[in-house]
Design a binder for this molecule. Structure first.
Ligand SMILES: [Zn+2]
Length: 64
C-alpha cells in the first residue's frame, strides 16, 4: 500500500491528502467526509458537510 493513490496537498505540495470517514446519525458510513494533509506541520484540511465543502483554517493543537 502506497500513498501515491492519494491526491497531493495543494498547500504544501509535499504531503498527500488522507481521506477520513465518518458515520452519519443513522449509522450509515460517510466515506471521504474529510481530507487532511499527511504533514502535521502543514495542517491543511478540508471537510464536506451536507454536500458543502468547508476549508479548515488550522487544526488546533494543544500541545507543542
Ligand atoms: Zn499539506
Amino acid at each position: 500500500m502506497t500513498m501515491e493513490a492519494f491526491p497531493k496537498c495543494q498547500k504544501c505540495n509535499s504531503g498527500v491528502l488522507l481521506p477520513l470517514s465518518d458515520y452519519g446519525r443513522d449509522g450509515a458510513p460517510i466515506q471521504y467526509k474529510a481530507w487532511v494533509c499527511s504533514r502535521p506541520e502543514c495542517g491543511f484540511n478540508i471537510r464536506i458537510d451536507n454536500g458543502e465543502i468547508s476549508l479548515g483554517r488550522e487544526i488546533s493543537s494543544s500541545s507543542k
